[in-house]
Write a protein that binds this ligand. Structure first.
Ligand code: PEP
Ligand code: MG
Length: 593
């Protein structure tokens, strides 16, 4: 890239953790220098083994310190990930096998360890599978620390980066992100990565903007120059013109000031100006988000994605582990309601077994409630933990991806059985959880009256419903354009669900991303949705939109939309309406019209 030519280059990746950053681009290498091979005389082998043990211990100490810092920062999920690294350090493969290899080969510990891990990682890479790649990343992450303790190589660290740095790396390791300080690291860009990697979970927990799946070719030429990262859209602008920089600085300022403005309405009711109350809740994945839910004046948590506990640990946590986590969460709610969704594993959140066996399309496979009904031990442990924690507050349980009434009935029967067990053994006193059913699949939408009869509330998961209704894989970039939540079929379907559930007096919420898109707020209210559960960052804006609209206008809008047949026309109408009412908020959600 030629400097001074001022021809900016736009790259696009997958937005993982939202935010905007302007900063100097730096590369972050993980490459290990070659480790020298040395013969160790028989008489010094014991000494060499001691050196290896000491390196493992030193690494453990570092990670324990990092885990404590994360816990103090209330980044519990990030701390859980560091905990998995600590467990790997106790793995017999690292402890016993490497020691044995040092003894047999009579080579220096750093060389043996490096070769051993290299071989291991190659095997993981060959499996070409997300889970094993993630395991490989964890091992590499640890190995860099162990080698540093062995004195074999100096580990690169994000802690030494100057303020306002945007880092690019081929792969970014979870513990690197865990160490990063937002003061210095304004954003992260990586070549590999997905929303469910350990690094992604940590970046979200720490609020560091992060874009993955970015080609390294052009980026490497831009090292040392100022770049713009827009992790709302996944855009990276290299060699930005003065005009672009000014634009993004203004957007940053506007977002900050409009957010400060919005914060003023956080303590007010989520109510239309003609007096219709909406239950405005938050979607959360991490425990440390609950405090922000309170700050933003949320009425509670409408969706806690419990599978993030699994993703952070890479294994199903025991009943006791889950009980501790759910109790922490319920306590942090301070009496406000929380809906805990049972593990939604499968789809893009693959289980260990599914990854190992790879059976067809995971979105159409053994996912969510299907998985749990096939694994009663895992399901039972989760339900027991939730019910025990429910004694401390206002807890509901919700099932993901129900496609058939029998699934809901079976799941309810399991809850009843567990409730009886727990009350007989004196572990719970009252049976007071509400039960909810998600509608994320067209078959469930069509039988929402049957489902409503069997539950206390219904939550429409539009992220999946759009995917299954339109036959578009939500994570496949190639068909992204066809993923249109403004499709008239979806609007008709929401209307149908609200009507059918209404016959049984069952309230309907929407908890997909669409609920957090302010353009859809009047439409959803007009369709009769009484609760919105939204990503935290959107909560204040949605409250503002609710407070500035009327039910009368919402019904009019539905009438106008119902005669439109094209998703594009519906989108244009929603954009125009939003632009006319809230021009100052358009930057936040990227509306240009
Ligand atoms: C949804 O599908 O809309 C939903 C809320 O669930 P998730 O995004 O976790 O699949
Ligand atoms: Mg879903």
């Amino acid at each position: 890239m030629l400097k001074g030519k001022q021809k900016e280059i736009l790259l696009r990746g997958t937005p993982i953790s939202h935010g905007i950053a302007i900063g100097k681009l730096a590369i972050f290498y993980h490459e290990q220098e070659s480790i020298p091979e040395r013969e160790i005389p028989e008489s010094e082998i014991r000494q060499e083994l001691k050196r290896y043990d000491k390196a493992l211990k030193g690494t453990k100490k570092d990670l324990q310190r990092l885990k404590k810092l994360l816990e103090m920062d209330r980044s519990h999920e990030a701390a859980a990930i560091i905990d998995t690294h600590l467990q790997l350090l106790d793995d017999p493969v690292l402890v016993v096998e490497v020691r044995e290899k040092i003894r047999q080969s009579r080579k220096n510990a750093d060389y043996v360890f490096h070769c051993f891990l290299h071989e291991y990682q190659q095997r993981f890479d060959e499996i070409q599978d997300l889970f094993f790649r993630e395991r490989g990343c964890d091992l590499l992450d640890i190995s860099r620390r162990v080698l540093e303790h062995l004195g074999g190589s100096e580990r690169a660290s994000l802690t030494s980066m100057p303020p306002n740095t945007i880092v690019f790396s081929d792969t970014i390791a979870a513990s690197d992100v865990a160490e990063a300080d937002l003061q210095n690291i304004s954003a992260i860009i990586s070549h590999d990565g997905s929303p469910t990697t350990h690094a992604a979970i940590v970046a979200k927990a720490k609020g560091i903007p992060y874009i993955a799946n970015v080609s390294s070719e052009l980026i490497e030429e831009a090292i040392g120059t100022e770049v713009v990262v827009d992790a709302r859209s996944g855009d990276i602008i290299l060699d930005p013109t003065k005009k672009t920089l000014t634009k993004y600085r203004k957007v940053q300022e506007k977002i900050t000031s409009s957010f400060q403005e919005l914060e003023k309405i956080c303590s007010l009711q989520a109510e239309t100006y003609d007096g219709y109350k909406i239950n405005l809740m938050a979607n959360i994945e991490m425990v440390n988000e609950i405090e922000r839910m309170h700050q933003y004046g949320g009425a509670g948590v409408g969706l806690f994605r419990s599978e993030y506990i699994y993703l952070a640990k890479q294994r199903f946590p025991s009943e006791e582990e889950q009980f501790v986590i759910y109790s922490q969460i319920v306590n942090a709610m301070r009496g406000l309601p929380i809906v805990i969704r049972t593990f939604d594993v499968g789809g893009d959140k693959l289980t260990v077994e599914e990854k190992a066996t790879h059976k067809g399309n995971p979105y159409l496979g053994c996912r969510a409630i299907r998985f749990l009904l096939q694994k009663p031990d895992i399901f039972r442990a989760q339900i027991r933990a939730i019910l025990r924690a429910s004694e401390r507050g206002n807890v509901s349980i919700m099932f993901p991806m129900v496609t058939d009434l029998t699934e809901l009935i079976e799941a309810k029967e399991l809850i009843e059985e567990v409730q009886n067990e727990l009350s007989h053994s004196g572990k719970i006193i009252e049976k007071r959880v509400r039960i909810g059913c998600m509608i994320e699949v067209p078959s469930a939408a069509m039988i929402s009256d049957h489902l409503a009869k069997e539950c206390d509330f219904i939550a429409i998961g539009t992220n999946d419903l759009v995917q299954y209704l339109l036959a578009v894989d939500r994570s496949n970039q190639e068909v992204n354009k066809l993923y249109t939540p403004t499709h008239p079929a979806l609007i008709r379907m929401i209307k149908l669900i609200v009507g059918q559930a209404g016959e049984y007096g069952v309230p309907v919420s929407v908890c997909g991303e669409l609920a957090g898109d302010p353009r859809f707020t009047p439409l959803l209210i007009g369709l009769g949705v009484s609760e919105l559960s939204v990503s935290l960052r959107n909560l204040p804006l949605i409250k503002k939109v609710i407070r500035n609209t009327s039910v009368v206008r919402c019904h009019q809008l539905v009438e106008q939309i119902e005669v439109l047949s094209s998703p594009g026309d519906i989108q244009d109408l929603l954009n125009q309406e939003f632009h006319a009412l809230f021009p100052e908020e358009c930057d936040r959600i990227l509306i240009n019209s």
